[in-house]
Ligand binder design. Structure first.
Ligand SMILES: NC(=O)C1=CN([C@@H]2O[C@H](COP(=O)(O)OP(=O)(O)OC[C@H]3O[C@@H](n4cnc5c(N)ncnc54)[C@H](O)[C@@H]3O)[C@@H](O)[C@H]2O)C=CC1
Ligand SMILES: O=C([O-])CC(=O)C(=O)O
Length: 332
């Protein structure tokens, strides 16, 4: 019997990431090739005409899995009945704006969208925040949607995770599918800590640690880390626009693994509500290694953490605590 369609919300759907993301969802990349979807697309009134253009293209593409389209500037209509919400909409930094100005705009957007989701989304709705500052926007969304289970509110660090896998695959000249278990700890910002201490590569003679195969700790501890941390900026420099196709693809990976599960023995990175694991302060949205099964993520426990990693994990936690304070000061 055919499955019932799932309603998927994409906010900021008329933007760059939205334009790359909605066809992926409509093709089954996010929820599976046998899962029909109804796309809910939200944007703001100045983008309404562009949003309608995206709707026209979705119709023109005749996607077999796409069973309906809601394209709207009304947040209540957008949130009604959705089981997956991908929050891409936000206010980008403009020339002359301070960090606090951007934070203030986004915090108020995420506060009001939290209330709409809480009141109108399906009770089990899974939320992925993509818009920057992603971790802190997700935290605000969580705080202002207290009836949504905290385990259902996450932010995107899968792009950083995939970037780390990609860098290792390039360095070793292996397929990216043979590299696994890199970890992104912390904030989706330049303080994130890409950690390959537990990462492995599948080789003809079995699975080997990345550190052993790369055999260049100096590169792994410096250039590799800064390349992943600064990749967003490098893309902006090259394209004059920020990452869009890779962000959209990684958002699909995040939701797909969350809903359908991670392969046995493989972990992925997700920004989730910290429970104090690995000495990370509780009450932050922090990126951890997780496995997913039955629609739930679980933080991978018991990985040994060396002193080098500890310092980097603490530094990114410190930045998130400061962002949290700043976000709260914007709400007053
Ligand atoms: N977490 C991650 O890995 C990544 C995050 N990003 C972030 O994703 C966000 C979106 O990026 P782009 O699509 O390139 O930006 P964009 O500026 O092309 O699109 C953003 C869209 O959001 C809309 N929007 C603004 N306020 C809104 C509101 N209150 N409700 C609904 N829609 C609203 C805008 O009208 C625009 O269409 C940015 O914050 C960017 O920094 C980008 C790449 C990676
Ligand atoms: O760096 C940016 O502004 C966009 C972003 O989040 C990324 O590409 O990781």
């Amino acid at each position: 019997m055919a499955k019932e369609p799932v309603r998927v919300l994409v906010t900021g759907a008329a933007g760059q990431i939205g334009y790359a993301l909605v066809p992926m969802i409509a093709r089954g990349v996010m929820l599976g090739a046998d899962q029909p979807v109804i796309l809910h697309m939200l944007d703001i009134p100045p983008a309404a005409e562009a949003l309608n253009g995206v709707k026209m293209e979705l119709l023109d593409a005749a996607f077999p899995l796409l069973k309906g389209i809601v394209a709207t500037t009304d947040v209540v209509e957008a949130c009604t009945g959705v089981s997956v919400a991908v929050m891409v909409g936000g206010f980008p930094r403009k020339d002359g704006m301070e960090r606090k100005d951007v934070m203030s705009k986004n915090v108020s957007i995420y506060k009001s969208q939290a209330s709409a989701l809480e009141a109108h989304a399906a009770p089990s709705c899974k939320v992925l925040v993509v818009a920057n500052p992603a971790n802190t926007n997700a935290l605000i969304l969580k705080e202002f949607a207290p009836s949504i289970p905290e385990k259902n509110i996450t932010c995107l660090t899968r792009l950083d995770h995939n970037r780390a896998l990609g860098q290792i695959a390039e360095k070793l000249n292996v397929q990216v599918t043979d590299v696994r278990n890199a970890i992104i700890w912390g904030n989706h910002s330049s303080t994130q800590y890409p950690d390959v201490n537990h990462a492995t590569v599948k080789t003809p003679s079995g699975e080997k640690p990345v550190r052993e195969l790369v055999a260049d700790d100096e590169w792994l501890n410096t250039e590799f880390i800064s390349t992943v941390q600064q990749r967003g900026a490098a893309i902006i420099k090259a394209r004059k626009q920020s990452s869009a196709l890779s962000a959209a693809s990684s958002a699909c990976d995040h939701i797909r693994d969350w809903v359908l599960g991670t392969p046995e023995g493989t972990y992925v990175s997700m920004g989730v509500y910290s429970d104090g694991s690995y000495g990370v302060p509780a009450g932050l949205i922090y990126s951890f290694p997780v496995t997913c099964s039955g629609g739930e993520w679980t933080i991978v426990q018991g990985l040994p953490i060396d002193e080098f990693s500890r310092k980097k994990m603490d530094a990114t936690a410190q930045e998130l605590s400061e962002e949290k304070t700043l976000a709260y000061s914007c709400l007053n």
